[in-house]
Design a protein around this ligand. Structure first.
Ligand code: COA
Length: 114
């Protein structure tokens, strides 16, 4: 994992061989992490890497004492997938074709408790 601390907050880049996700924890809302990137190499999709990255993002956000993980996505299969992963729609995105989703991390274990 790569960690950047800047004036805005903390950026955490979680990498695997064929995928990457990024969570941002703003100083202004330290209990609300934002999943701003989640991408898997297109030749290696449908193999569970996205699921593993999302699970790890939830664990790491919890490790940083976040209570909620939010993200923005379009409606369709990705929103359906996030719902299966415990996210719910909480509003419209900045772009009207996008939605904001949120996952309560209270049921996510901390890494050290695993
Ligand atoms: C979204 C993304 C990261 C998923 O990565 P992945 O490694 O293929 O995901 P997984 O193999 O772990 O599958 C995750 C779930 O999505 C479902 N899924 C994956 N691709 C799908 C598709 N094209 N259509 C419908 N469902 C799909 C899988 O069935 C799986 O569901 P399940 O775990 O409930 O059975 C990948 O498609 C990607 O990089 N897309 C481009 C970037 C992007 O859109 N990122 C998301 C921003 S919100």
């Amino acid at each position: 994992m790569i960690k950047y601390i800047n004036d805005y907050g903390i950026d955490l880049f979680i990498t695997s061989e064929y995928g990457l996700c990024r969570i941002t924890i703003p100083n202004k809302t330290p209990t609300v992490a934002f999943l701003s990137t989640l991408i898997v190499d297109d030749k290696h999709r449908h193999c569970g890497i996205g699921n593993k990255l999302l699970d790890t993002a939830k664990l790491i956000a919890k490790e940083y004492d976040c209570e909620v993980l939010t993200l923005q996505c379009d409606e369709g299969w990705k929103a359906d997938w996030y719902k299966r992963k415990g996210f719910m729609i909480i509003g419209e995105g900045y772009d009207p074709n996008m939605i904001i989703m949120s996952c309560n991390l209270s049921t996510t274990n901390k890494l050290k408790e695993d």
